[in-house]
Design a protein around this ligand. Structure first.
Ligand SMILES: [Zn+2]
Length: 136
């Protein structure tokens, strides 16, 4: 008797085909997006809290200075999360259009192992290496 259950499935009939989950980049992609989105929402409230703290600054310059540094750090973190969230969301749009997992450079399918490690990857490894060299 098997009572084994997968993680709570999305209420979407399409996920029936993706039963294996673990090794499906599209599934990993959705999970990763959910994680990053949650982190991003938390980060936004941290940032909002810090900004509020700065608002009731009554002229203590030294204290205000360290708060401003914290705010800078949190703003950088927020921006990084926002970018990750955006690239994952763009990858999900490609999945919806059926072009997910295709390299933007050579149009060949990106290796599954690469997508599992980097679900938002736009380029296959050879194209990525080329792009990075061109950048130097
Ligand atoms: Zn390529």
């Amino acid at each position: 008797m098997t009572t084994m259950r997968e993680a709570p499935a999305l209420p979407d009939s399409r996920t029936d085909r993706l039963h294996t989950g673990e090794n499906d980049p599209a599934v990993i992609l959705m999970q990763r997006y959910a994680e990053v989105d949650e982190e991003y929402q938390v980060q936004l409230s941290v940032l909002a809290g810090l900004r509020q703290g700065l608002g009731d600054d009554t002229g203590d310059i030294a204290d205000g200075g360290s708060k401003a540094t914290d705010l800078d750090t949190e703003e950088i973190l927020t921006e990084r999360l926002r970018q990750r969230r955006e690239s994952l969301s763009a990858a999900m749009e490609r999945a919806a259009r059926g072009t997910y997992g295709r390299c933007d450079g050579c149009r060949l399918p990106i290796a599954t192992e690469r997508l599992l490690a980097a679900p938002a990857a736009l380029l296959c490894v050879p194209c990525q290496v080329k792009a990075e060299r061109a950048h130097l």
